[in-house]
Design a protein. Sequence first.
Length: 289
Amino acid sequence: MRIRKAIIPAAGLGTRVLPASKALPKEMLPIVDKPAIQYIVEEAVRAGITDILIITNRGKGVIEDHFDHSIELENMLEKRGNTEVLNTLKETANLANIYYIRQKETKGLGDAVLRAKEFVGDEPFAVLYGDDVIVGETPAIKQLCDVYENYGKCVVGIKPVSDELIVKYSSLKIQNITDKIFKVTDMIEKPKLEEKFSNYSVLGRCVLTSDIFEILEHTPLGAGNELQLTDAMKTMAKCGNMMGIDFDGKRYDMGNKLGILKANVEVALNHKEIGSEFKEYLKELVEKL
Ligand code: UTP
């Protein structure tokens, strides 16, 4: 079955990027000239996804405004004949059918995903974490959808990470199927170093089947006293229903300060309008370091 629906959990508190994320959701922090969440929505659209549910919470109304028409702005740009910017704004408002639901309490990623139960129905669906931007030629989520279509099982996007990071992320027990595709047999959220299965971790993308909702409803609170998506996916993995793909693409963690800077520098270097000027500036700067 083709994946048509995606959810983007964006209801986290963003405590690692305070005070920037106090009044502005971290998902709206810019990478050069677009907010992070727009890169994520565009990735889903490029993968053929037509319906997107963004999980928000109080104070995240600007996300809705961003994907809506701004009639005054559009009229003004039209009057001034600024068609290029006008078209960009119109495209942003027409990217996909975007829906919103609030997670009323920040009770974890698993709880955020559970809010999507009605929207998803009984179809397989994609999850794109709202603070993980992945840049690459083939959309990362498309690579996961292809694995789902071939194997008919849930799929997580995975990459090896350092010991320093594995204790903050999840760790996976895996068996190679090909050099990029794996069977995932177990997983643990925020392991102690001695508990890790491997240095492979889930990085921001999954394709899940709708039975995840019933599993989530019966999963006890886990790390940080939150409902962890990893704990529910572990149940799937233990039933032999979980694959992983080491996807092609560069992932930026917009939930931490260094990730935001790296994303901006690397996207700016490839930017049509400012790329070459920025490169010159960086070269001059590097010489002085
Ligand atoms: P994070 O753990 O990175 O989000 O969750 P956070 O809580 O904002 O981070 P810090 O530690 O306070 O800085 C990964 C993704 O899941 C969403 C976040 O918005 C992020 O996109 N999330 C997390 C929710 O939607 N709801 C939650 O209850 C928790």
